[in-house]
Design a protein around this ligand. Structure first.
Ligand SMILES: *Cc1c(COP(=O)(O)O)cnc(C)c1O
Length: 389
């Protein structure tokens, strides 16, 4: 839970100093921890003591990272994972039993989509998808065996905004667990728990690290649910490495300043793109033209760093645009200091059928830009020259 202002907690929440009186948190590269005697070892394994046993269960660096995210997200507890997908998979696997049912937004990260469509059905866990523009459909999809509702906002890659307060109310009314993947917003821009989410998931690989260095993931929220996730993870081994946790905890110290600048740059780029003749439509949550602009302003501090736009020339124009890019990066990541452009229809979402892509809001000529921290005029210069080709 937050103690001070966001920026202060992000910097001042840290482990107790060791006898060396270090100013910055040291890296604890140890796979296990020693016990003084048989009784202490017994009590620790019996969960009677809250202490480190083995780094698959917990580690000081991971604990610091988890504590920071819990404060930022207003969460009671959390567990950190080796990647965002490890967090998504372990959270689902820990909470679901065979025969359970999921209600999920059709506009979600590609690997999450694939997991729900081809992995969970093996254990007789089915998913019904709702369109992000028809949240009213959710109630009709809920069945007696529905265990959880899952959604992202803003969505990837369509940057649609889902009404978190509405989702929270529906989940509560039907007594199902609401999980929000808050990766695109980061806890600096949006906190789903006060709106009614039970759990929040992040791919820490994106803006939380923000510098394209490490993979990581985290789930935070209600302590009873986190305890189940902890027991599952403790025995199955998807834990975040201490080194990555140390990097990520440091990254959080600059999250607010970085994300402020990312958003400022993205808004500027989005405004200029809106007036380009080769572009049919620009989608950015803090543009007046975004269909859910008012909702975005209600639940987010700024609009985030991802812009989606639709080229008039469709699939071919999308590929030509990528080929003409010079400065910016063509890569699978997002939320980096470096601006990244991608063409979802031919890359991240290529494995989906045309119909699945359409319901996920991905059109053939859609380009996604994750605006970085370069000077925005240099970003624009590259985008505009590529548009002209
Ligand atoms: C990247 C991403 C993930 C997966 O995270 P990894 O760290 O790559 O495993 C999940 N959800 C969203 C919205 C993402 O952007």
């Amino acid at each position: 839970m937050p103690k001070q202002n966001f920026e202060t907690d992000a910097i001042r929440c840290q482990l107790e100093r060791t006898q060396f009186q270090e100013h910055s948190t040291p890296l604890y590269l140890t796979s296990s921890y020693v016990f003084d005697n048989a009784e202490e070892m017994r009590a620790s394994f019996a969960d009677e003591k809250d202490r480190n046993i083995y780094s698959r269960y917990s580690n000081p660096n991971t604990s610091e990272f988890i504590e920071k995210i819990c404060q930022m997200e207003h969460a009671e507890a959390g567990f950190a994972f080796a990647s965002g997908m490890a967090a998504v998979f372990s959270t689902f696997a820990a909470l679901l039993d065979t025969g359970d049912h999921i209600v999920c937004s059709s506009s979600i990260f590609g690997s999450t989509q694939t997991m729900l469509n081809s992995i969970f059905p093996k254990w007789n866990i089915a998913t019904s998808f709702f369109n992000v523009n028809n949240l009213k459909d959710i109630e009709s999809l809920i069945q007696p065996n529905t265990k959880l509702i899952y959604a992202e906002s803003p969505t990837n890659p369509g940057v649609d905004i889902l009404d978190l307060e509405y989702l929270g109310k529906i989940a509560k009314k039907h007594n199902v667990i609401l999980i929000i993947d808050n990766c695109f917003a980061t806890p600096y821009l949006q906190q789903p728990i006060p709106f009614g989410a039970d759990l929040v998931i992040h791919s820490a690989t994106k803006l939380l690290d923000g510098q394209g260095r490490v993979l990581g993931g985290i789930t935070v929220g209600k302590s009873d649910l986190i305890h189940k996730i902890y027991l599952f993870a403790r025995n199955t081994g998807p834990a975040l490495s201490p080194f990555n946790a140390w990097v990520l905890s440091k990254s959080l110290e600059t999250l607010a300043v970085r994300v402020d600048r990312h958003c400022e740059n993205a808004l500027h780029v989005a405004k200029v793109l809106e007036s380009q003749p080769q572009i049919k439509r620009v989608k950015y949550p803090f543009l007046n033209s975004h269909p859910q602009h008012e909702l975005a302003k209600k639940q987010m501090k700024h609009g985030g760093n991802v812009i989606a736009f639709e080229l008039k020339g469709g699939l071919e124009a999308g590929r030509r645009f990528l080929d003409a890019i010079q400065l910016l990066s063509l890569t699978a990541n997002l939320g980096d200091t470096r601006t990244i452009v991608s063409h979802p229809a031919s890359t991240t979402h290529a494995k989906l059928t045309d119909e699945q892509r359409a319901t996920a809001g991905i059109t053939p000529g859609m380009i996604r830009i994750s605006v970085g921290l370069e000077h925005p005029e240099d970003v624009l210069k590259d985008v505009l020259q590529a548009l002209k080709q």
